[in-house]
Design a protein around this ligand. Structure first.
Ligand code: FAD
Length: 281
């Protein structure tokens, strides 16, 4: 296993797709601050069925115009292959060469859809449509995707994405480093040697974090919740404690060989910047 280090690791920041012109301007401002950390790329989420679809494309183009290397997230949702093909060519023509291919989630706006195409179907479609043009990253779940019936089936489905042509993966966030290392071991045992960059969620808001974690199946360990609850009425103290915890997590991940860090910024530069600075990035 390669050893991750601040000198060689891949750094990326994820933004949520803006829903208004003002939100887009704010996002660009956040990007400008994070650009000081020289990220390898930034990514923009995609709500396959809802209003953020156009917001993703607009933000991606605006960020590219700022000189950012951008990876749009993409899902089929209920769109036709033709619609997705058009989007792929829009991105290709805009000089984009990296994508994050996902199935997407019902709460993100695909209400009423009875069937969501698996991410592996999208990866295969992107390869058919644009061959090797895009670097395709997919999602990985060290703590197991909430809909999966077993660890094994989750890994089998992860392998399907790799076999369909994915190049790398970004993990769901977690606060238990052992889950990530176990996931890598399981992948290695299945012959999957793809780079899996851990997703990092800074801790800035306890209520929001608990709600979000319940939805996506990320575990917040009891001891961590108990400590965070102590700071429920003191947001500065909560952020300082969160920063310490997440910095330690990142250190452990990099020491253990993680190839990089992918920060879920929630369109805010402060927490990610402070953690990166703590890590000497
Ligand atoms: P898949 O890989 O398709 O897996 C979904 C579930 O189906 C899993 O339980 C899997 O085991 C199972 N499965 C897969 N293939 C098969 C098969 N052939 N047969 C049976 N079961 C199968 N959501 C958004 O809406 N927009 C975003 O921009 C977004 N960005 C994300 C970025 C990252 C880094 C991560 C980790 C998640 C992101 N998500 C986003 C959330 C993601 O869409 C959800 O977690 C979703 O529920 C699953 O997406 P997936 O791509 O992992 O799906």
């Amino acid at each position: 296993m390669e050893t991750g280090s601040p000198d060689t690791m891949q750094l990326s920041f994820e933004f949520s797709a803006p829903r208004s012109e003002q939100a887009k301007e704010n996002l660009i401002g956040t990007y400008r601050k994070l650009a000081n950390l020289n990220p390898d790329y930034v990514s923009v989420t995609y709500g396959a069925g809802g209003s953020t679809k156009d917001g993703t494309v607009e933000a991606v183009i605006a960020l590219a115009e700022q000189g950012a290397k951008v990876a749009p997230h993409l899902s089929f949702g209920r769109d036709s292959e033709e619609t997705i093909a058009t989007l792929l060519h829009t991105y290709k023509n805009a000089g984009i060469n990296r994508l994050v291919a996902l199935r997407g989630d019902v709460p993100s706006g695909i209400a009423g859809s009875s069937h969501l195409a698996h991410a592996s179907d999208l990866v295969a479609f992107i390869r058919r449509e644009t061959q090797q043009h895009f670097h395709i990253a997919v999602a990985a779940y060290p703590e197991v995707h909430p809909e999966s019936t077993s660890v094994k089936s989750d890994l089998d489905h992860f392998k399907l994405k790799m076999d369909a042509g994915a190049d790398s993966a970004i993990s769901q966030y977690f606060y238990n480093a052992d889950a990530y290392f176990r996931f890598l071991d399981n992948c290695a045992a299945m012959g999957i040697s793809t780079s899996v960059v851990p997703g990092i969620m800074p801790i800035t808001n306890l209520t929001g974090l608990i709600r979000f974690s319940n939805n996506c199946g990320a575990d917040i360990p009891r001891w961590l919740i108990k400590h965070l609850e102590q700071y429920a009425s003191d947001v500065q103290a909560l952020r300082a404690f969160g920063e310490e915890i997440v910095t330690s997590l990142c250190e452990r991940l990099l020491e253990g060989g993680a190839p990089g860090l992918h920060f879920y910024t929630l369109n805010n530069s402060r927490a990610s910047t402070r953690i990166c600075r703590n890590l000497g990035l």
